[in-house]
Design a protein around this ligand. Structure first.
Ligand SMILES: Cc1ncc(COP(=O)(O)O)c(C=O)c1O
Length: 447
Protein backbone atom coordinates (compact mmCIF):
# COMPACT_ATOMS: atom_id res chain seq x y z
CA UNK A 1 0.00 0.00 0.00
CA UNK A 2 1.17 3.49 -0.83
CA UNK A 3 2.27 5.50 2.22
CA UNK A 4 -0.41 7.94 3.31
CA UNK A 5 0.59 11.52 4.06
CA UNK A 6 -2.41 13.08 5.75
CA UNK A 7 -2.38 16.86 5.48
CA UNK A 8 -6.01 17.62 6.27
CA UNK A 9 -5.35 17.96 9.98
CA UNK A 10 -7.48 21.14 10.13
CA UNK A 11 -10.56 19.00 9.39
CA UNK A 12 -9.72 16.43 12.04
CA UNK A 13 -6.35 15.24 13.26
CA UNK A 14 -4.90 11.84 12.41
CA UNK A 15 -3.32 9.81 13.86
CA UNK A 16 -4.73 10.65 17.28
CA UNK A 17 -2.47 11.08 20.30
CA UNK A 18 -2.01 7.45 21.48
CA UNK A 19 -3.05 8.29 25.07
CA UNK A 20 -6.40 9.52 23.75
CA UNK A 21 -7.13 6.26 21.95
CA UNK A 22 -5.95 4.23 24.96
CA UNK A 23 -8.20 6.19 27.33
CA UNK A 24 -11.27 5.65 25.13
CA UNK A 25 -10.52 1.91 24.98
CA UNK A 26 -10.03 1.77 28.74
CA UNK A 27 -13.36 3.51 29.35
CA UNK A 28 -15.19 1.14 26.99
CA UNK A 29 -13.63 -1.93 28.61
CA UNK A 30 -13.65 -0.89 32.26
CA UNK A 31 -16.83 1.20 32.56
CA UNK A 32 -19.07 1.79 29.56
CA UNK A 33 -22.04 3.10 31.59
CA UNK A 34 -23.97 6.36 31.06
CA UNK A 35 -23.13 9.40 33.13
CA UNK A 36 -25.81 11.19 35.17
CA UNK A 37 -28.26 8.35 34.71
CA UNK A 38 -27.88 5.93 37.63
CA UNK A 39 -26.61 5.35 41.17
CA UNK A 40 -24.94 1.96 40.66
CA UNK A 41 -21.18 1.54 40.73
CA UNK A 42 -20.31 1.83 37.04
CA UNK A 43 -22.68 4.82 36.59
CA UNK A 44 -20.90 6.55 39.49
CA UNK A 45 -17.61 5.67 37.85
CA UNK A 46 -18.82 7.21 34.56
CA UNK A 47 -19.68 10.40 36.49
CA UNK A 48 -16.13 10.46 37.83
CA UNK A 49 -14.66 10.12 34.31
CA UNK A 50 -16.81 13.07 33.19
CA UNK A 51 -15.85 15.22 36.17
CA UNK A 52 -12.18 14.49 35.55
CA UNK A 53 -12.66 15.42 31.90
CA UNK A 54 -14.15 18.80 32.87
CA UNK A 55 -11.17 19.42 35.17
CA UNK A 56 -8.59 18.59 32.52
CA UNK A 57 -10.12 20.90 29.93
CA UNK A 58 -10.59 23.68 32.46
CA UNK A 59 -6.93 23.50 33.49
CA UNK A 60 -5.67 23.36 29.91
CA UNK A 61 -7.68 26.45 28.96
CA UNK A 62 -7.09 28.54 32.09
CA UNK A 63 -10.77 28.36 32.99
CA UNK A 64 -12.30 29.52 36.26
CA UNK A 65 -14.08 26.34 37.34
CA UNK A 66 -14.47 22.84 35.89
CA UNK A 67 -18.24 23.29 36.19
CA UNK A 68 -18.03 25.94 33.44
CA UNK A 69 -17.30 23.24 30.83
CA UNK A 70 -20.17 21.65 28.88
CA UNK A 71 -19.58 18.80 26.43
CA UNK A 72 -20.84 18.87 22.86
CA UNK A 73 -20.68 16.58 19.86
CA UNK A 74 -18.59 18.95 17.69
CA UNK A 75 -17.40 22.51 17.34
CA UNK A 76 -20.53 23.17 15.29
CA UNK A 77 -22.74 21.94 18.14
CA UNK A 78 -20.93 24.13 20.69
CA UNK A 79 -21.22 27.25 18.50
CA UNK A 80 -24.90 26.63 17.73
CA UNK A 81 -25.70 25.99 21.40
CA UNK A 82 -24.23 29.36 22.29
CA UNK A 83 -25.64 31.36 19.36
CA UNK A 84 -29.18 29.98 19.56
CA UNK A 85 -29.06 29.94 23.34
CA UNK A 86 -28.14 33.59 23.70
CA UNK A 87 -29.76 35.55 20.89
CA UNK A 88 -33.12 37.30 21.00
CA UNK A 89 -35.05 39.01 18.22
CA UNK A 90 -33.56 42.39 17.40
CA UNK A 91 -30.13 41.70 18.99
CA UNK A 92 -27.00 42.99 17.29
CA UNK A 93 -24.00 40.71 16.68
CA UNK A 94 -20.55 41.57 15.39
CA UNK A 95 -18.54 38.79 13.80
CA UNK A 96 -15.75 38.52 11.26
CA UNK A 97 -15.12 37.52 7.65
CA UNK A 98 -12.79 34.68 8.69
CA UNK A 99 -15.50 32.74 10.52
CA UNK A 100 -16.40 29.15 9.77
CA UNK A 101 -19.90 28.48 8.45
CA UNK A 102 -20.79 26.99 11.83
CA UNK A 103 -20.84 30.62 13.00
CA UNK A 104 -21.97 32.35 9.81
CA UNK A 105 -24.87 30.05 8.95
CA UNK A 106 -26.59 30.07 12.36
CA UNK A 107 -26.19 33.86 12.39
CA UNK A 108 -27.70 34.08 8.92
CA UNK A 109 -30.57 31.88 10.13
CA UNK A 110 -31.17 34.22 13.09
CA UNK A 111 -30.96 37.24 10.81
CA UNK A 112 -33.59 35.81 8.47
CA UNK A 113 -35.94 34.37 11.10
CA UNK A 114 -35.64 36.76 14.07
CA UNK A 115 -34.36 40.01 12.62
CA UNK A 116 -31.02 39.74 14.40
CA UNK A 117 -28.70 42.35 12.96
CA UNK A 118 -25.34 40.88 11.97
CA UNK A 119 -22.31 42.96 11.04
CA UNK A 120 -19.22 41.29 9.63
CA UNK A 121 -15.82 42.87 10.27
CA UNK A 122 -13.62 42.57 7.18
CA UNK A 123 -10.27 40.79 7.11
CA UNK A 124 -7.16 41.65 5.14
CA UNK A 125 -5.61 39.51 2.39
CA UNK A 126 -3.87 37.33 4.98
CA UNK A 127 -6.92 36.61 7.11
CA UNK A 128 -6.12 39.11 9.85
CA UNK A 129 -9.17 41.02 11.11
CA UNK A 130 -8.01 44.55 11.99
CA UNK A 131 -9.64 45.92 15.11
CA UNK A 132 -10.38 49.50 14.04
CA UNK A 133 -12.99 48.67 11.36
CA UNK A 134 -14.46 46.04 13.72
CA UNK A 135 -14.80 48.58 16.53
CA UNK A 136 -16.69 50.90 14.16
CA UNK A 137 -19.43 48.25 13.90
CA UNK A 138 -20.03 48.10 17.65
CA UNK A 139 -23.09 49.82 19.10
CA UNK A 140 -24.80 50.03 22.47
CA UNK A 141 -27.13 47.25 21.21
CA UNK A 142 -24.31 44.79 20.43
CA UNK A 143 -25.03 41.71 22.51
CA UNK A 144 -22.42 39.30 21.22
CA UNK A 145 -19.05 39.47 19.47
CA UNK A 146 -17.86 36.25 17.82
CA UNK A 147 -14.30 35.84 16.58
CA UNK A 148 -12.28 32.82 15.51
CA UNK A 149 -8.96 32.51 17.27
CA UNK A 150 -7.44 31.67 13.88
CA UNK A 151 -8.59 31.40 10.29
CA UNK A 152 -9.05 27.81 9.12
CA UNK A 153 -8.06 28.96 5.62
CA UNK A 154 -4.96 31.09 6.17
CA UNK A 155 -3.93 30.03 9.68
CA UNK A 156 -3.64 33.67 10.79
CA UNK A 157 -4.09 34.11 14.55
CA UNK A 158 -6.12 37.01 15.96
CA UNK A 159 -5.26 39.20 18.96
CA UNK A 160 -7.87 37.96 21.44
CA UNK A 161 -6.90 40.34 24.26
CA UNK A 162 -7.73 43.30 22.02
CA UNK A 163 -11.03 41.73 20.93
CA UNK A 164 -11.98 41.10 24.53
CA UNK A 165 -11.27 44.70 25.50
CA UNK A 166 -13.32 45.98 22.58
CA UNK A 167 -16.35 43.73 23.27
CA UNK A 168 -16.39 44.58 26.96
CA UNK A 169 -16.10 48.32 26.33
CA UNK A 170 -19.53 48.04 24.71
CA UNK A 171 -20.96 45.67 27.32
CA UNK A 172 -21.12 42.77 24.83
CA UNK A 173 -20.20 39.15 25.47
CA UNK A 174 -17.14 37.80 23.65
CA UNK A 175 -17.33 34.31 22.18
CA UNK A 176 -14.14 32.81 20.75
CA UNK A 177 -14.20 29.94 18.28
CA UNK A 178 -11.03 28.07 19.24
CA UNK A 179 -11.74 25.01 17.10
CA UNK A 180 -8.53 25.40 15.14
CA UNK A 181 -6.22 26.54 17.93
CA UNK A 182 -6.95 24.45 21.01
CA UNK A 183 -4.12 21.94 21.29
CA UNK A 184 -1.83 24.07 19.12
CA UNK A 185 -1.66 27.37 20.97
CA UNK A 186 -1.89 28.16 24.68
CA UNK A 187 -5.23 29.76 25.61
CA UNK A 188 -5.97 31.45 28.92
CA UNK A 189 -9.69 32.09 29.20
CA UNK A 190 -9.52 34.07 32.43
CA UNK A 191 -6.54 36.24 31.52
CA UNK A 192 -8.06 37.02 28.11
CA UNK A 193 -11.49 37.74 29.58
CA UNK A 194 -13.31 35.33 27.25
CA UNK A 195 -17.01 34.94 28.13
CA UNK A 196 -17.68 31.90 25.95
CA UNK A 197 -15.21 29.60 24.24
CA UNK A 198 -16.49 27.04 21.77
CA UNK A 199 -14.23 24.44 20.19
CA UNK A 200 -13.96 21.10 18.48
CA UNK A 201 -12.15 18.46 20.52
CA UNK A 202 -11.03 16.30 17.60
CA UNK A 203 -8.66 18.71 15.85
CA UNK A 204 -5.39 19.96 17.40
CA UNK A 205 -6.47 18.85 20.85
CA UNK A 206 -6.46 15.25 19.63
CA UNK A 207 -9.73 13.75 20.89
CA UNK A 208 -11.77 11.29 18.85
CA UNK A 209 -14.32 12.63 16.34
CA UNK A 210 -17.67 13.48 17.94
CA UNK A 211 -16.15 15.83 20.50
CA UNK A 212 -16.54 19.53 21.16
CA UNK A 213 -17.15 21.73 24.16
CA UNK A 214 -18.44 25.06 25.31
CA UNK A 215 -16.89 26.92 28.24
CA UNK A 216 -18.97 29.79 29.61
CA UNK A 217 -18.74 32.18 32.53
CA UNK A 218 -21.60 31.92 35.08
CA UNK A 219 -22.94 35.21 33.71
CA UNK A 220 -23.14 33.74 30.19
CA UNK A 221 -24.45 30.37 31.45
CA UNK A 222 -27.38 32.11 33.11
CA UNK A 223 -28.40 33.70 29.80
CA UNK A 224 -28.29 30.48 27.73
CA UNK A 225 -31.57 28.89 26.70
CA UNK A 226 -31.43 25.18 25.82
CA UNK A 227 -30.97 24.27 22.18
CA UNK A 228 -32.60 20.84 22.54
CA UNK A 229 -34.95 19.19 25.00
CA UNK A 230 -35.01 15.60 26.21
CA UNK A 231 -33.63 13.29 28.86
CA UNK A 232 -31.31 14.80 31.43
CA UNK A 233 -31.44 12.09 34.10
CA UNK A 234 -33.12 14.61 36.44
CA UNK A 235 -36.75 15.68 37.12
CA UNK A 236 -37.84 12.84 34.83
CA UNK A 237 -41.47 13.02 35.95
CA UNK A 238 -41.84 16.57 34.60
CA UNK A 239 -42.87 17.27 31.02
CA UNK A 240 -41.99 20.91 31.13
CA UNK A 241 -38.41 21.26 32.28
CA UNK A 242 -35.80 23.97 31.68
CA UNK A 243 -32.49 22.30 32.48
CA UNK A 244 -29.76 24.44 34.00
CA UNK A 245 -26.15 24.52 32.83
CA UNK A 246 -24.48 22.21 31.80
CA UNK A 247 -27.57 20.09 31.07
CA UNK A 248 -28.95 22.97 29.02
CA UNK A 249 -26.23 22.03 26.53
CA UNK A 250 -25.61 18.37 27.37
CA UNK A 251 -29.13 16.99 26.99
CA UNK A 252 -29.12 13.29 25.97
CA UNK A 253 -26.48 10.64 26.57
CA UNK A 254 -22.95 11.94 26.25
CA UNK A 255 -20.39 10.40 23.89
CA UNK A 256 -18.26 9.25 26.81
CA UNK A 257 -15.48 7.33 25.00
CA UNK A 258 -14.82 10.41 22.86
CA UNK A 259 -15.04 12.78 25.85
CA UNK A 260 -12.62 10.60 27.78
CA UNK A 261 -10.24 10.60 24.81
CA UNK A 262 -10.36 14.40 24.62
CA UNK A 263 -9.70 14.68 28.35
CA UNK A 264 -6.73 12.32 28.12
CA UNK A 265 -5.35 14.41 25.26
CA UNK A 266 -5.80 17.57 27.35
CA UNK A 267 -3.94 15.94 30.24
CA UNK A 268 -1.19 14.90 27.84
CA UNK A 269 -0.68 18.52 26.69
CA UNK A 270 -0.73 19.72 30.29
CA UNK A 271 1.95 17.20 31.21
CA UNK A 272 4.11 17.81 28.15
CA UNK A 273 3.86 21.61 28.35
CA UNK A 274 3.91 24.40 25.81
CA UNK A 275 6.95 23.08 23.94
CA UNK A 276 5.04 19.93 23.03
CA UNK A 277 2.06 22.02 21.94
CA UNK A 278 4.36 23.66 19.40
CA UNK A 279 5.85 20.56 17.74
CA UNK A 280 4.12 21.55 14.50
CA UNK A 281 6.23 24.70 14.15
CA UNK A 282 9.31 23.03 12.66
CA UNK A 283 7.45 21.18 9.90
CA UNK A 284 5.50 24.39 9.17
CA UNK A 285 8.70 26.46 8.85
CA UNK A 286 10.25 23.73 6.70
CA UNK A 287 7.24 23.73 4.39
CA UNK A 288 7.10 27.51 4.04
CA UNK A 289 10.86 27.77 3.43
CA UNK A 290 10.73 25.04 0.78
CA UNK A 291 7.75 26.61 -0.97
CA UNK A 292 9.37 30.04 -1.01
CA UNK A 293 12.67 28.69 -2.31
CA UNK A 294 11.13 26.60 -5.08
CA UNK A 295 8.26 28.69 -6.38
CA UNK A 296 7.95 32.31 -7.36
CA UNK A 297 4.64 33.90 -6.32
CA UNK A 298 3.46 33.99 -9.93
CA UNK A 299 3.71 30.18 -10.07
CA UNK A 300 2.42 29.40 -6.60
CA UNK A 301 0.97 31.98 -4.25
CA UNK A 302 1.13 31.28 -0.52
CA UNK A 303 -1.72 33.04 1.27
CA UNK A 304 -0.63 34.82 4.43
CA UNK A 305 2.16 33.53 6.68
CA UNK A 306 4.26 36.69 6.92
CA UNK A 307 7.44 36.02 8.92
CA UNK A 308 6.45 38.32 11.77
CA UNK A 309 2.99 36.82 12.46
CA UNK A 310 1.84 33.89 14.56
CA UNK A 311 0.08 31.40 12.30
CA UNK A 312 -1.25 27.90 12.63
CA UNK A 313 0.11 25.04 10.49
CA UNK A 314 -2.57 25.73 7.87
CA UNK A 315 -1.17 26.77 4.49
CA UNK A 316 -3.44 27.76 1.63
CA UNK A 317 -1.92 27.77 -1.84
CA UNK A 318 -3.02 29.10 -5.22
CA UNK A 319 -1.17 27.45 -8.13
CA UNK A 320 -1.39 29.68 -11.19
CA UNK A 321 -1.70 26.91 -13.79
CA UNK A 322 -3.80 24.36 -11.92
CA UNK A 323 -7.35 24.09 -10.77
CA UNK A 324 -7.12 23.56 -7.02
CA UNK A 325 -9.45 20.54 -7.08
CA UNK A 326 -7.47 18.90 -9.85
CA UNK A 327 -4.23 19.51 -7.92
CA UNK A 328 -5.71 17.91 -4.78
CA UNK A 329 -6.94 14.91 -6.79
CA UNK A 330 -3.50 14.38 -8.38
CA UNK A 331 -1.73 14.68 -5.01
CA UNK A 332 -4.07 12.02 -3.64
CA UNK A 333 -4.15 9.61 -6.56
CA UNK A 334 -0.52 9.78 -7.57
CA UNK A 335 1.39 10.61 -4.41
CA UNK A 336 -0.85 9.45 -1.55
CA UNK A 337 -0.90 12.99 -0.18
CA UNK A 338 -4.28 13.94 1.27
CA UNK A 339 -5.06 17.65 1.17
CA UNK A 340 -8.24 19.70 0.78
CA UNK A 341 -9.32 21.97 -2.04
CA UNK A 342 -12.21 24.41 -2.01
CA UNK A 343 -13.72 26.98 0.31
CA UNK A 344 -13.19 25.00 3.56
CA UNK A 345 -16.63 25.89 4.99
CA UNK A 346 -15.61 29.54 5.29
CA UNK A 347 -17.97 31.46 3.00
CA UNK A 348 -16.65 34.98 3.43
CA UNK A 349 -12.86 34.92 3.69
CA UNK A 350 -12.15 34.11 0.06
CA UNK A 351 -13.05 37.52 -1.38
CA UNK A 352 -10.41 39.12 0.81
CA UNK A 353 -7.66 36.60 0.15
CA UNK A 354 -8.50 36.53 -3.57
CA UNK A 355 -9.43 32.88 -3.84
CA UNK A 356 -13.06 33.24 -4.81
CA UNK A 357 -12.61 33.03 -8.57
CA UNK A 358 -10.26 30.07 -8.19
CA UNK A 359 -12.89 27.88 -6.49
CA UNK A 360 -11.08 28.30 -3.18
CA UNK A 361 -7.60 27.25 -2.16
CA UNK A 362 -5.43 24.16 -2.04
CA UNK A 363 -5.06 23.75 1.73
CA UNK A 364 -2.25 21.81 3.37
CA UNK A 365 -2.81 21.51 7.10
CA UNK A 366 -0.13 19.98 9.27
CA UNK A 367 -0.48 18.55 12.75
CA UNK A 368 1.42 17.27 15.75
CA UNK A 369 2.28 14.05 13.95
CA UNK A 370 3.45 15.59 10.66
CA UNK A 371 7.15 14.90 10.11
CA UNK A 372 9.86 16.73 8.17
CA UNK A 373 9.94 13.71 5.84
CA UNK A 374 6.22 14.15 5.13
CA UNK A 375 6.96 17.76 4.24
CA UNK A 376 9.91 16.78 2.01
CA UNK A 377 7.82 14.26 0.11
CA UNK A 378 5.03 16.80 -0.31
CA UNK A 379 7.54 19.32 -1.59
CA UNK A 380 8.83 16.85 -4.16
CA UNK A 381 5.30 16.16 -5.36
CA UNK A 382 4.48 19.87 -5.60
CA UNK A 383 7.73 20.48 -7.46
CA UNK A 384 6.96 17.73 -9.96
CA UNK A 385 3.50 19.14 -10.51
CA UNK A 386 3.98 22.90 -10.45
CA UNK A 387 7.54 23.65 -11.62
CA UNK A 388 7.04 23.27 -15.35
CA UNK A 389 3.95 23.59 -17.47
CA UNK A 390 0.68 22.16 -16.17
CA UNK A 391 0.76 19.45 -18.87
CA UNK A 392 4.26 18.40 -17.87
CA UNK A 393 3.27 18.39 -14.20
CA UNK A 394 0.34 16.13 -14.99
CA UNK A 395 2.63 13.93 -17.04
CA UNK A 396 5.15 13.57 -14.21
CA UNK A 397 2.43 12.98 -11.67
CA UNK A 398 1.14 10.05 -13.68
CA UNK A 399 3.20 6.99 -12.72
CA UNK A 400 2.63 4.91 -15.87
CA UNK A 401 3.48 7.86 -18.09
CA UNK A 402 6.47 8.75 -15.94
CA UNK A 403 7.73 5.19 -16.00
CA UNK A 404 7.47 5.18 -19.75
CA UNK A 405 9.35 8.45 -19.79
CA UNK A 406 12.07 6.93 -17.66
CA UNK A 407 12.29 4.13 -20.19
CA UNK A 408 12.74 6.66 -22.96
CA UNK A 409 15.29 8.49 -20.87
CA UNK A 410 17.29 5.36 -20.10
CA UNK A 411 17.23 4.40 -23.76
CA UNK A 412 18.33 7.87 -24.83
CA UNK A 413 21.12 7.92 -22.26
CA UNK A 414 22.44 4.60 -23.46
CA UNK A 415 22.41 6.04 -26.97
CA UNK A 416 20.20 3.29 -28.27
CA UNK A 417 16.70 4.52 -28.50
CA UNK A 418 14.38 7.41 -28.66
CA UNK A 419 15.89 10.75 -27.76
CA UNK A 420 13.91 13.51 -26.10
CA UNK A 421 12.74 16.31 -28.25
CA UNK A 422 12.78 18.63 -25.26
CA UNK A 423 16.10 18.94 -23.33
CA UNK A 424 14.57 20.74 -20.34
CA UNK A 425 12.10 17.90 -19.92
CA UNK A 426 15.01 15.46 -20.05
CA UNK A 427 16.83 17.30 -17.27
CA UNK A 428 13.66 17.58 -15.23
CA UNK A 429 12.71 13.96 -15.58
CA UNK A 430 16.24 12.90 -14.62
CA UNK A 431 15.87 14.87 -11.41
CA UNK A 432 12.29 13.89 -10.74
CA UNK A 433 11.25 12.84 -7.26
CA UNK A 434 9.26 10.17 -9.03
CA UNK A 435 12.55 8.42 -9.71
CA UNK A 436 12.71 7.68 -6.01
CA UNK A 437 9.04 7.02 -5.53
CA UNK A 438 8.83 4.74 -8.57
CA UNK A 439 12.36 3.26 -9.00
CA UNK A 440 13.43 3.16 -12.67
CA UNK A 441 12.47 -0.03 -14.44
CA UNK A 442 14.23 -1.65 -17.27
CA UNK A 443 12.98 0.02 -20.43
CA UNK A 444 10.33 -1.93 -22.24
CA UNK A 445 10.57 0.30 -25.28
CA UNK A 446 14.00 -0.89 -26.40
CA UNK A 447 14.19 -4.29 -24.82
C1 LIG B 1 -12.79 27.48 12.80
C2 LIG B 1 -13.73 26.32 12.87
N1 LIG B 1 -14.83 26.43 13.62
C3 LIG B 1 -15.71 25.41 13.74
C4 LIG B 1 -15.52 24.23 13.09
C5 LIG B 1 -16.52 23.14 13.22
O1 LIG B 1 -16.02 22.07 13.96
P1 LIG B 1 -16.67 20.61 13.81
O2 LIG B 1 -16.14 20.05 12.56
O3 LIG B 1 -16.20 19.88 15.02
O4 LIG B 1 -18.13 20.79 13.80
C6 LIG B 1 -14.38 24.08 12.29
C7 LIG B 1 -14.14 22.81 11.55
O5 LIG B 1 -13.46 22.76 10.57
C8 LIG B 1 -13.45 25.15 12.18
O6 LIG B 1 -12.36 25.06 11.42
Amino acid sequence: MQRRIYLDQAATTWPKVPVAVAAAEKFIHDCGASSGRGAYASARSADQWVTAARHNLCRLLGGRDAADVAFCSSGTHALNAAISGLLHAGDHVVTTAIEHNSVLRPLEHWRQTHGVQVDVAPCDHQGLVPLVPAAQLMTAKTRLVIVSHASNVTGRVQDLAAWSEMAHQYGALLMVDASQTVGYLPIDIQRLGIDLLAAAGHKGLGGLPGTGFLVATPQAQAQLRPLMFGGTGTASEQLSFQPAWPQSVEVGNLNLPAIVSMAAAAEHWLREGETALATWQNPLMHLLKGLRERFSPDVLRIIGHPAEAVSLPVVSLLPSQWDVHEAAAVLDANFGIEVRAGFHCAALVHQAVDSHGTGGTLRLSLGHQTTLIDVDETMHALTAMFSGSREFGLFLANPPAAQQWEGRLAAAQSGRGLASTNPSMMRYAADSPLRRMHPPRKSTLNA
